[in-house]
Design a protein around this ligand. Structure first.
Ligand SMILES: *Cc1c(COP(=O)(O)O)cnc(C)c1O
Length: 410
């Protein structure tokens, strides 16, 4: 193969001054808010309860029913939901919790909030989810919990992880911030792990502005989560008012992590579009998979048997061995075409805070680190039109064709 990198094939890339595929930037993810959502919020603003009122329990019940869990406890962010779950699992100084480096830093930070130590284990190269064999190699007498992440919306290897947890008496906190509506062996995410956390940030499947949720089948976890999110107090203000009582008891050291009624009304209204939203994301993923099949230099996200991903992200990997450009150049070229690609994630242990505190130098988690070198998230959100999807396909095709040129031509 002869490399002739300045041979240009087809249209000029926008990064070289050519016409961009789109006039305006298509983001990698964004919310959609309906008039009905706005009306639902306005109604709460006119009511008696802005914070913990009737919409909180209504939203939690609807969410628990959707996930197929006994309990859902709302929080004011996905991060505070993770903190609550780490607290309820009893993580404390001296403990360790095993998690993945291929995530947003909030997953491992919640272990640090409890004074415990996050221990990373490497991922499987197909799904970029925690590799059960790697988890086993990291278990010590100090391990108390495992925090798998359902990367991009593809459920983690939950059966294997729960089996390891059972053998060692560990709690599984699944960070399903990407996976609301995802299915694993016919079961919905949210009813499988001991606790499952969700984020309700605007780029996720369902939004409350900021917000989070923990689902669980365990009444003791649900009670601790409810107390922890409200200063460790054992009853809420509305219950006290309706019982005509002034007395309250603080029974543990909690936070103020409550999700207001205003936000719960938005979440409740958003739930009505959730099934359609998931179907649309799956259709977009299917369209990408079909149109990118066989494209040189692109590795598409893998889907394991018996899994139905929720497709929060559509992360492809650039195979630098097949192209004359690496991920960084592909990223710039696609941005110039007005395709809002992103990168998920810089492996957590490579962030300065983790390097400085724990002495990571890079090289500790080779599968995650090498995947990161090629990762590029293409736009994926339910309000994308067919034209938006076509723009992504055209732009990726145009850019890949250019950078593959040196390998095609003799
Ligand atoms: C979005 C996200 C979070 C944090 O959620 P916030 O609601 O932004 O606090 C945690 N973990 C993962 C994997 C996420 O994608």
């Amino acid at each position: 193969m002869k490399q002739s990198s300045n041979v240009s094939v087809g249209e000029a890339l926008a990064i070289h001054g050519g016409e961009p595929v789109r006039k305006t930037l298509l983001p990698y993810g964004r919310q959609s808010i309906s008039e009905q959502d706005i009306e639902a919020v306005a109604e709460v603003l006119r009511s008696d309860w802005l914070t913990t009122g009737p919409k909180v329990a209504e939203f939690e019940e609807a969410f628990a029913a959707f996930a197929g869990a006994r309990f859902a406890v709302s929080f004011n962010s996905g991060t505070s939901a993770l903190h609550g779950a780490a607290f309820a699992a009893g993580l404390a100084p001296g403990d360790e919790a095993i998690t993945t480096p291929m995530t947003f830093c909030a997953t491992s930070n919640c272990v640090l909030y409890q004074g415990a130590r996050p221990v990373f284990a490497d991922v499987s190269s197909d799904t970029l989810n925690l590799d059960p064999e790697q988890i086993k190699s990291k278990i010590s007498s100090l391990t108390k919990a495992i925090l798998p992440v359902d990367y991009a919306g593809h459920p983690a290897d939950l059966d294997a992880i729960l089996k390891i947890a059972e053998q060692h008496g560990l709690t599984v906190i699944e960070d399903a911030s990407h996976a609301l509506g995802g299915e694993y062996q016919g079961r919905r995410v949210g009813q499988i792990s001991h606790m499952t956390t969700f984020s309700l940030h605007p780029v996720k499947h369902l939004t409350t502005g900021e917000g989070g949720m923990v689902t669980t089948d365990r009444a003791d976890f649900a009670e601790t989560l409810r107390r922890f999110r409200s200063h460790g107090i054992s009853s809420d203000a509305r219950a006290r008012q309706s019982a005509g009582q002034w007395q309250y008891e603080m029974v543990l050291l909690g936070m103020n992590y409550r999700l207001p009624d205003v936000n719960c009304a938005l979440g409740l209204s958003q739930m009505q579009g959730l099934t359609e939203n998931l179907a649309r994301r799956r259709a977009i993923a299917a369209s990408y998979a079909e149109q990118f099949a066989g494209v040189q230099g692109l590795i598409l996200p893998a889907v394991r048997a018996d899994v139905n991903p929720a497709w929060h992200l559509y992360p492809v990997r650039v195979d630098a061995g097949q192209l004359t450009a690496g991920r960084a150049e592909m990223f710039r070229a696609l941005r110039a075409e007005n395709i809002g690609v992103n990168v998920h994630y810089i492996p957590v242990h490579l962030h300065p805070y983790y390097r400085e505190r724990f002495g990571y130098k890079g090289g500790e988690y080779p599968v995650a680190e090498s995947a990161y070198e090629g990762l590029l998230s293409l736009p994926m959100f339910h309000a994308m039109t067919d034209e938006d999807v076509e723009d992504v396909v055209r732009a990726v095709g145009k850019v890949v064709k250019y950078y593959a040129a040196g390998f095609h031509r003799t």
